[in-house]
Design a protein around this ligand. Structure first.
Ligand SMILES: *[C@@H]1O[C@H](CO)[C@@H](O)[C@H](O)[C@H]1NC(C)=O
Ligand SMILES: *[C@@H]1O[C@H](CO)[C@@H](O)[C@H](O)[C@H]1NC(C)=O
Ligand SMILES: *[C@@H]1O[C@H](CO)[C@@H](O)[C@H](O)[C@H]1NC(C)=O
Length: 279
């Protein structure tokens, strides 16, 4: 009895819902307010088409109307090619023979091979002096160890040097008991903020849920409603046909939705289950 109780607790603790952040495209969003307020990012915005009653995507910057190489090259998503401002993705899409031509496209482009433009490599945190490490905005560089060295922060524990280093990743890390640790749902104090916790790279999220007792906990049930389906799923699901459906599923009507890939946490639950049986 005691063992199964422990097992049950472990299972509940280990199960959580992981999603990709902003997985829905504008076109998948079905409601006007969700469409207009969708912070999709990446140089794309969503806009509700009143006439067709659909959500459409558009580039927030239209490069072709920009005049002059200076303004054009200053924007992340535009490049100056053959005297025109064009939509730009990456330096390596262009072939040139002289360095200046690559650099004309975007300030970060240089000639890396005979006929290939590439990106200027960003100096690594490890090469920064402790003084420079405190200031740089290029990547998350933090001081670590004693004597303090500059390192690339890839997880919250690496920000444990002091509070200001930890705060360099405010979205997913939190300073507590003289240590930097991952933020958890239980750190969220208000109902409105109780939606999800971003992973360190802000690519995926762990979903949270507000309880009747007034706590924010890790979500372990798929009990979304029409009103919270979109936002509480980190913009990864939409309410359709009376259900909260994942935007990653195929857009064609499919009576059998594909089985979800087991998340790390689910695999962990299974391992714990096996362990508990062996013990
Ligand atoms: C283009 O240059 C800007 C700075 O002018 C930079 O912020 C941006 O990252 C560059 N774009 C790419 C894709 O390298
Ligand atoms: C760091 O930033 C501060 C204030 O923004 C500035 O005064 C200082 O010169 C900078 N230090 C370095 C090494 O860039
Ligand atoms: C963290 O350490 C750096 C480097 O020693 C120092 O400049 C900064 O003031 C410290 N911040 C806090 C909050 O203690």
């Amino acid at each position: 009895m005691a063992r199964s109780l422990i097992l049950f607790t472990l299972l509940v603790m280990a199960y959580s819902i992981q999603v990709k952040i902003n997985e829905c495209t504008c076109e998948q969003v079905l409601k006007q307010d969700e469409c207009d307020e969708y912070p999709i990012g990446g140089g794309i915005e969503c806009d509700w088409n009143e006439e067709k009653k659909v959500c459409e995507s558009y580039r927030s910057v239209e490069c072709s109307i920009l005049k002059g190489s200076e303004i054009c090259r200053g924007l992340t998503s535009c490049g100056w090619v053959n005297g025109k401002c064009v939509n730009f993705k990456q330096c390596s899409d262009y072939q040139e023979t002289v360095d200046q031509k690559c650099n004309d496209i975007n300030y970060t482009c240089i000639l890396i091979k005979d006929d290939q433009c590439g990106k200027v490599s960003i100096p690594e945190c490890e090469s920064f002096t402790p003084e420079l490490c405190k200031n740089t905005s290029e990547q998350i560089c933090v001081l670590s160890g004693s004597p303090a060295k500059c390192v690339t922060m890839k997880k919250c524990e690496q920000g444990s040097y002091n509070q200001s280093q930890c705060k360099k990743n405010l979205i997913s890390c939190i300073w507590e008991n003289d240590k930097c640790r991952d933020k958890k749902c239980t750190d969220i104090q208000t109902k409105d903020a109780c939606r999800f916790i971003s992973s360190f790279d802000q690519y995926t999220a762990t979903l949270c849920q507000w309880t009747a007792q007034g706590d924010c906990i890790e979500r372990n049930e798929d009990d979304f409603t029409e009103n919270n389906c979109f936002y509480d799923s980190a913009c990864g699901r939409v309410w359709k046909d009376g259900k909260c459906q994942s935007c990653s599923a195929s857009p064609d009507p499919d009576p059998d939705p594909p089985a979800p890939i087991p998340s790390y946490h689910q695999i962990l639950s299974i391992i714990m289950l096996l362990l508990a049986i062996i013990i």
